[in-house]
Write a protein that binds this ligand. Sequence first.
Ligand code: URA
Length: 444
Amino acid sequence: MVIPRLIEHKRDGRALAPEQWASLIAEYVAGKVPDYQMSALLMAVYFRGLGPAELAALTDAMIASGDRLSFDGHPVPVADKHSTGGVGDKVSLLLAPMVASCGVAVPMMSGRGLGHTGGTLDKLESIPGFRTDLSLHQARAQIDRLGCAMLGQTPEIAPADKRLYALRDVTGTVESIPLIAASIMSKKLAEGLNGLVLDVKTGSGAFLTDQALAVELARTMIGLGEARGCPTVALLTAMDRPLGRACGNALEVEEAIEGLRGSGPADLMEVTYALAAEMLVLVGAAPDGAAARRALEESVASGRALETFAHVVEAQGGNPALVDDPAVLPQARAVEVYRADRSGVVERVQPRRIGRAIVELGGGRAAVEDAVDPTVGFVITVKPGDAVRAGEPIASVFARDAAGVALGISALGEAVTIGERGELTPLISQRITARGAEPFSGAD
Ligand code: URA
């Protein structure tokens, strides 16, 4: 294979053959294609896109670069959820134990924070002792026992994606719909699922801020899933404000536990129930959305979902006492209340600014090797459209020291704007299936 010819071909807008994608990815993973050539090819894909046959071949080659979980003969269906990333998005922490306690196995494979968005692995690792580096064998054994494991992308799963993603991150080629779709779906399809639900974020705090592009991404991923025997559904959810109140790793774990106790913020509970209900219906564990919702609410009200979470925490090395005592989590050294600077209506709570501030406070990474401070972040108790009075407490900053508090207060001043009128956009706007997009009204 002469790589420069392939690059020129793609650069000039022509399609590579499926066999060319297969050998290219296999040779790249084997170390026979240098990063500089792959970078050039990725940039050509960024500008020229991929045809359907090319996208399918790239995704299949990425899956084939590693192992797959197999649940053949498993006594219960297997499902997972993936979010395209946001601020305050701790849905996975609640959803996995809720769905598992309704009789669906959940191999929840998650990522780390990326840019201004938080990552489920960083949140889980704020629990002292919690290990996310399970092997596929360990994950499978835990799923057999508890119905759920929460792990990172193991070296065995889609290693081509791991390398390509790292390369895209430093070559300006992340924001490409076919590359994002192949990356996400190669990992998810390697989990051997019976169903996948996608939480595609839209709005100023999402990676794809434009709603039409978010829908295109959802459709592309659904097409890949369905063609590989994995029924896939997407919900388009709002990321023009943070989800829930807590933003920051340990703070979000604490809020997720409140949610598992049934007392989480309404928006967080709504998105979690909606995605979880889709999972139950998709794999036949509930006849319709209403029945799924009832089963999920019961899993919370009975304490089974919280108990499953405690078992998972214990199995993965954390202290399960956490579910009754949030003081098990590391605590910020400096905390300060933020008050409304005028009376009026909250116009905006900008998630991107909040996410960037968490990184600046040390709660996210500026470089891959950076350690993350689990204690820092924000609790923001207002949403767009809320009326506030001057001097009313509307948020708190959690930081390492006084300088961090000052940075956090200043970020809140930029992120939260109070004016004459504000409006909350719909939390869940569309439901997208292989049949097309429709306004969201609950799982079928
Ligand atoms: N998440 C992924 O796993 N891959 C992407 O390309 C973007 C977000």
